[in-house]
Design a protein around this ligand. Structure first.
Ligand code: TXA
Ligand code: MG
Length: 344
């Protein structure tokens, strides 16, 4: 199959995408977070293709992308007030809610669960395709399973050339890390994955928020987790990554002591001069966490090279979006963190 890449700015491309989705096919779609591999979320056969192309385990459910809060009731029941409050505050935007699923949502989409994840993306092309196709679009991040997420049309083409008919090119994704996921099916709202909406912002609306173990701890494959996707190895380049925490100076001293030819350093733009002899790669500015979240996955993809032996990574501190960047880097590093201050 030939994979076409068309600018999402062309109305014709949106029409083509909607036709493909209506006919049970796959289209890669830009969102404000990452590119998604989309199909009709109500069509089991279409959804099955997502799992096949992505190489995704069958028990890992998909997010249904809808065009606004008025669609929540079509796919969910027993909807708490908190869902409407969150939608009002953050939709369209990088927030996904888990709610009890109605029976019209196929088990293929929910990975066999009785709940479904819903999100209204803040991207004109994604919204246009959802509206033009007239169905909710099930879409995981468009990377091959286990690889860093896709934040450009080129990333999607690299992973899936020849395996789907159309990639809509909307340019690089603005947020760059996936949506925040909140489970609203329990006694108290629970954060299943940090993302574009920070925990502090959620607490402002919800009052309380539990944080799932999968967010903070390393999860082994047999642990029961609330977001099935959190247990799989994620975002990871092929070679080991270690996060080096501590001050700029302490980290540079630690890395210089351990650096060997064939290693790489993933750092902030401000730190590039410190690592001039260590083949450094910057993923953004420490001063502006938006640049770090937007640049992280492209950088992890560049480091996904078997010739690299070891990656030393610098990680931002703080809450908000930095919390999501920390989470993705920790997962890429399999929670391997050294404190350079202690190693002095
Ligand atoms: O920003 C995003 O959320 C992107 C864009 C394309 O919208 N999508 C995305 O999808 O990141 P994916 O499939 O890569 O990650 C979805 C996560 C997985 O960890 C999955 O296990 C979890 O959401 N999930 C989906 N449905 C769920 C449910 N009913 N209950 C708990 N977790 C769920
Ligand atoms: Mg993903």
């Amino acid at each position: 199959m030939k994979t076409e890449v068309l600018s999402a700015l062309h109305p014709v491309a949106i029409e083509m995408a909607a036709e493909i989705i209506k006919n049970g096919g796959l289209v890669a779609i830009p969102t404000e977070t990452v590119y998604g591999l989309g199909a009709n979320g109500l069509d089991e056969g279409a959804v099955a293709q997502i799992f096949e192309v992505k190489g995704r385990p069958q028990d890992n459910p998909l997010i249904l992308h809808i065009s606004g809060p008025e669609e929540i009731e079509r796919y969910c029941h027993h909807i708490p007030q908190a869902a409407y409050d969150l939608a009002e505050a953050f939709w369209p935007g990088p927030l996904t809610m888990v709610l009890p699923a109605k029976s019209n949502v196929p088990l293929r989409t929910t990975g066999g669960l009785s709940t479904v994840a819903l999100r209204c993306p803040d991207h004109p092309a994604a919204l246009a395709v959802i509206r033009a196709s007239g169905v909710p679009i099930a879409a995981p991040s468009a990377n091959l399973s286990g690889k860093p997420s896709t934040t450009t049309a080129d990333h999607v083409l690299f992973d899936h050339d020849g395996k789907l008919p159309l990639i809509l090119d909307g340019g690089p994704c603005r947020v760059g890390v996936e949506s925040t996921i909140v489970d609203l099916t329990g006694q108290r709202p629970r954060l299943l994955r940090p993302g574009g909406i920070g925990p502090e912002e959620l607490i402002e609306v919800l009052g309380v928020l539990d944080v799932d173990k999968a967010v903070t701890d390393e999860i082994s494959n047999d642990t029961v987790v609330h977001a099935p996707g959190m247990k799989y190895r994620h975002y990871a380049p092929q070679e080991p990554v270690v996060i080096v925490s501590g001050s700029r100076e302490a980290a540079a001293a630690y890395i210089h002591r351990h650096f060997e030819p064939g290693d790489r350093v993933l750092c902030f733009a401000e730190e590039l001069p410190l690592y001039a002899d260590c083949n450094p790669l910057s993923y953004g500015s420490e001063e502006d966490v938006n640049t770090l979240s937007a640049g992280l996955f492209a950088a992890l993809r560049e480091l996904d090279n078997p010739e690299i032996h070891q990656v030393y990574a610098r990680c931002p501190v703080g809450g908000g979006l930095a919390y999501a960047v920390q989470n993705r880097l920790k997962k890429a590093a399999a929670f391997h963190i050294v404190d350079a201050e202690e190693e002095l």
